[in-house]
Design a protein around this ligand. Structure first.
Ligand code: M6R
Length: 591
């Protein structure tokens, strides 16, 4: 939820830290700060608002000429986004930045206050800092280890001590990697923040304490030194860069044909890499937000084609509800980041119940990627815009392949090879759709002043409506709702008035004519109906866009991108900060 970056080396780290913070700004952006350490002291500079405010403040400050630094971009949980609550926090000799939530902060704070500790902020982070300080008597590893035995919740900490010339870090249930440079080393919440400097990194397990100097990295578990493997990231610096695009969201939508081709090539040429679900009696797809909506498309395909009962659950509910696992069940976790707190908890719940888990994930270094029994990676590359587009589309593609393989294995799909051959045409067909971006801009120009927008569809079309509606809401702040087309007349149709925009998704042959009747119902009440369909024969009531036809398994992949573009253009026409919508963060690492 927050972004952390740290440096130790020979240079002054300001430029590196600011560059890293900008790359991590998608994780939270209500305030930010840095701490720089030289031989004698630690200097803190903090600001509310975007990173550029911090940058301006730094430019107007005499900054220490040190070579150790930590920095943070915040998504507020405990305490308002003020300078006092911004990170880093400093208690006596300990300065730290934090991503996560300390669940027993209140209890610890009360005890520390009784012992005379004074707190300057409302944050749980300052409490963690005070706990480490309490145990610090000159040995950082021991102090951090003792603190991790007491702190409950999730954390990734970057820590510096006034009297140590090293950088320290530890994590539990929050992402943090160690980057290995040339006579300099780094910590970061995400590899994209340091990919301009190195592609060598180490993954950290819970409560391993890291000690970095410019030419050495030591890792301790329970105060004993351990060894770690070095990994190489295969993302390029360009992938994490906006290039000439106005926004990352637009760039990422336009990248969809490319990442789709990359992902399909990897799996279509070797379908044994697609986990075989045909032996399960029941599937639970558990995820949040768009990943859950991708799951709903998967459910439709898995039930329809592979004849396996499939439930889709929101992870924040699943983790706490009573789940009766009385049949041979597979839990599929879908997550771009692989760090969504509720999805991680749902995965652990399944594992505690001895239920097999399969994860569909983008970030290879993530917790879900590491803990799930089986993983299918989606190869989207870095997705920086807070609103997911290309990663969502690839999640849908993988779920389609899972359904197809299972249907084939169960003898329910005779056209398996033809369908896979047809799937190879998807990137070209999608490119054709995206080339029509002006048409979607025109729709946006038509509707961007409207306050309410509706999306209607049935079955798999309804699942796409949910995603179209979410995209519009999150990046354009326009109220919108998605409805099963048949449900509209049970109440919501009262909201339809002259010129209310209604998007109708019509792709499923079985129920096309039913949705068409519902379209007539809203059109006759004055709605402007924007129909997105794969059927040229569907009647045009106001605007119609026909996507190329492709097999049922893959049709959603051609229909959702126009909805993503409409959301994008509406947000842009309203002049909004599309890549960083208000109140949101890319990776929701808190409950
Ligand atoms: O990283 P995840 O896929 O687990 O994230 C899940 C949701 O938080 C995410 O899809 C969210 O709904 C996005 N803002 C949608 O654009």
């Amino acid at each position: 939820m927050c972004g952390i970056i740290g440096y130790i080396g020979k240079k002054n780290p300001i430029e590196f830290l600011i560059d890293g913070l900008k790359k991590l700004e998608y994780r939270g952006y209500d305030s930010s700060g840095i701490a720089i350490k030289d031989e004698n002291s630690v200097q803190l500079i903090k600001s509310t608002g975007r990173i550029k405010n911090l940058e301006n403040k730094i430019n107007n400050t005499k900054v220490l000429d040190g070579n150790i630094g930590i920095a943070h971009t915040r998504w507020a949980t405990h305490g308002m986004p003020t300078v006092a609550n911004a990170h880093p926090h400093k208690v006596s000799k300990v300065t730290l930045v934090h991503n996560g939530i300390i669940e027993n902060a209140e209890e610890l704070k009360a005890k520390l206050m009784e012992e005379g500790q004074i707190f300057k902020s409302d944050t749980d982070t300052e409490v963690a800092c005070a706990v480490i300080n309490k145990y610090y008597t000159g040995n950082p590893i021991s102090a951090i280890t003792k603190a991790t035995n007491i702190l409950r919740g999730s954390y990734a900490f970057g820590i510096i001590f006034d009297d140590q010339d090293k950088l320290y870090a530890v994590r539990k249930d929050s992402p943090l990697i160690v980057g290995i440079g040339n006579y300099e080393n780094y910590i970061a919440s995400d590899i994209a923040a340091i990919i301009n400097y190195t592609n060598k990194y180490m993954l950290l397990n819970d409560n391993e304490v890291i000690e970095l100097s410019n030419d050495n990295i030591k890792i301790y578990k329970d105060n004993k030194e351990i060894k770690k493997e070095v990994s190489t990231a295969n993302i390029s610096a360009e992938e994490a860069d906006k290039g000439d695009y106005k926004h990352f969201m637009l760039k990422e939508i336009m990248e969809e044909p490319l990442v789709l081709a990359r992902t399909l090539n990897k799996y279509i040429n070797d379908m044994s890499k697609i986990y075989d679900i045909s032996g399960y009696k029941e599937i639970h797809i558990v995820a949040c937000g768009s990943a859950m909506y991708a799951g709903l498309i998967g459910k439709n395909l898995i039930e329809e084609k592979a004849n396996i009962k499939c439930f889709v659950e929101c992870a924040s509910e699943y983790r706490y509800e009573k789940v009766v696992y009385d049949r041979k069940t597979l839990v599929i976790l879908v997550s771009q980041s692989g760090e969504t707190a509720d999805t991680i908890a749902a995965m652990r719940k399944a594992k505690e119940n001895d239920i097999d888990t399969l994860a569909i994930v983008n970030v290879k270094t993530s917790t879900i990627a590491r803990e799930a029994d089986n993983v299918i990676f989606i190869e989207a590359g870095p997705e920086i815009a807070v609103a997911t587009t290309k990663a969502y589309l690839l999640q849908v593609a993988i779920l389609s392949l899972i359904a197809l393989r299972a249907a084939y294995k169960k003898g329910l799909e005779q056209k398996y090879t033809e369908i896979l051959t047809e799937a190879k045409e998807l990137p070209v067909k999608l490119q054709k759709v995206l080339n029509d971006h002006d048409k979607f801009l025109k729709i946006a120009q038509d509707i961007y002043k409207n306050h309410d927008v509706f999306y209607i569809g049935r079955g798999v079309d309804y699942a796409m409506c949910l995603e179209g509606s979410l995209k519009l809401k999150e990046v354009s702040y326009t109220h919108s709702d998605a409805y099963q087309a048949g449900e509209l007349k049970h109440g919501t149709i009262s909201l339809i008035e002259k010129d209310t925009p209604v998007f109708a998704i019509i792709s499923d042959d079985k129920i096309k004519n039913k949705t068409e009747s519902n379209v007539i119902e809203v059109a006759s009440r004055g709605a402007k109906v924007f129909t997105i369909t794969n059927d040229i024969n569907i009647k045009d009531h106001y605007f119609k866009y026909v996507v190329p036809k492709i097999d049922y398994y893959f049709q959603p992949i051609l229909i959702v991108p126009p909805l993503q573009l409409v959301g994008y253009y509406v947000g842009d026409l309203k002049g909004l900060d599309i890549d960083k919508p208000r109140n949101l963060a890319k990776s929701v690492t808190v409950e």
